[in-house]
Design a protein around this ligand. Structure first.
Ligand code: PLP
Length: 399
């Protein structure tokens, strides 16, 4: 079968809930993927930052295979000998006292929502079923029906209601005065992405996260940071909220937590928050399974062993400067932190992503006119040079 055969089969038999580029990937290694015809592409999306460690990382692969020989799933009805190791690793790396493992990012966000509401009722004393969680314009926290109910993007929420808007008041991302105006006695938490990824790599004004942390402290409100895409090195720090030297009460992680081998997500918090959820009140059959836990520990170790967070910071700066140096009026701006870059055009970005694919670079448009460049953190300087040369040519030569 060739590319066209696979696409035809997929279009005929699979739900049309995505609009992928027409490349059919068969294998991958490091920062590169190969299609079914053997053509090679530099991956500048890294599975939405799930493969920060690079595709098919050999050390994670080794652990994945080894663990699969022993035991993959026990459910949480029984204990396993890998989950405590993941708890320990997360505790040591992040400083949070406890973690709660789930699978997809959206499930982890749901977990944080439940945790904050329960804390609101049990600790803060909010009247039953009145807890509010303030969210931000332009947010993206996943695709479950509760989460899309607090999105302001019609392609996420339209046609999937009804929703409970009073449970999730929305403030303008980056606007502290607007945020303050949304606080009531029922506010249990404020939930934000420290940098909005799906929103187009939107970096909030300096001091925004710090102001949220202060407001939360003053008003007995939990500060929840969704670091599912921004975290684990993508932004050039372990967590993007480190740029403002704050410590959210709850941090949500996912994606690169498994280096792309397996869906692993989780919520980090200290005991006085985490322990408001009691046995039997929350869980998931696959959450915290030994295969997931073993893979996640190794994926985190690889970030440290290969110094990928600092690499993201340094190479991110290099990539941004190289992109900024492209002289072309179609480019309206370049912004980014670490290897997480929004390349803003004065026109639709999708056609350029398609042409770049022809040149051997895979990337993704977001919000119509922005191309996101977010390669695996193992990318080299030479590979960035190679990519920028092609990006410049494609932007300049095509209308
Ligand atoms: C900030 C953020 N939160 C949550 C999610 C949802 O994660 P998942 O697709 O694993 O459910 C994403 C996915 O892109 C994300 O970027």
């Amino acid at each position: 079968m060739n590319t066209q055969d696979y696409i035809a089969m997929e279009n005929e038999l699979g739900a049309h809930n995505y609009h992928p580029l027409d490349v059919v990937v068969e294998k991958a290694e490091g920062a590169w993927v190969y299609d079914v015809e053997g053509k090679k592409y530099l991956d500048c999306l890294a599975a939405y930052s799930a493969v920060n460690q690079g595709h098919c990382h050999p050390k994670i692969y080794e652990v994945f295979v080894e663990q699969a020989k022993h035991v993959t799933l026990t459910s949480r009805a029984f204990r396993n000998n890998k989950l405590p190791m993941l708890y320990k690793k997360l505790n040591e790396m992040t400083g949070y006292e406890m973690s709660l493992p789930m699978n997809s990012g959206a499930e982890a966000v749901e977990t944080a929502v439940k945790l904050a509401r329960r804390w609101g009722y049990d600790v803060k004393g909010i009247e039953a079923d009145k807890a509010e969680i303030i969210v931000a314009t332009g947010n993206f926290h996943g695709r479950t029906s509760t989460i899309v109910g607090f999105s302001d993007d019609p392609s996420s929420f339209a046609g999937f209601g009804p929703y409970c808007h009073e449970a999730f008041p929305m403030h303008e991302y980056g606007n502290i005065e607007d945020l303050k105006s949304k606080i009531t006695k029922n506010t249990a938490a404020i939930l934000v992405e420290p940098i909005q990824g799906e929103g187009g790599i939107v970096i909030p004004p300096d001091g925004y996260l710090k102001a949220i942390a202060t407001i939360c402290k003053e008003n007995n409100i939990l500060f929840i940071c969704d670091e599912i895409q921004s975290g684990l090195g993508r932004s050039g720090k372990l967590f993007a909220h480190y740029y403002e030297d704050v410590r959210p009460d709850i941090v949500i992680i996912g994606k690169a937590l498994s280096g792309g081998f397996y869906p692993v997500s989780g919520v980090l918090a200290d005991k006085h928050i985490m322990l408001v959820i009691k046995p039997g009140e929350h869980g998931s059959t696959f959450g915290g399974n030994p295969l997931a836990a073993a893979v996640a520990v190794k994926a985190l170790e690889v970030l440290e062993e290969e110094d990928l967070v600092n690499r993201s910071f340094e190479l991110g700066n290099y990539f941004v400067e190289k992109l900024k140096a492209i002289d072309c009026p179609k480019i309206k701006g370049v912004r980014g932190r670490g290897l997480w870059i929004g390349f803003i055009l004065d026109r639709k970005a999708r056609p350029y992503c398609e042409i770049l694919m022809g040149e051997g670079i895979l990337c993704k448009d977001t919000h119509e006119n922005i191309i996101r460049f977010a390669p695996p953190l193992v990318i080299t300087k030479e590979e960035i040079d190679w990519a920028v040369e092609r990006i410049a040519k494609v932007i300049k030569e095509n209308d």
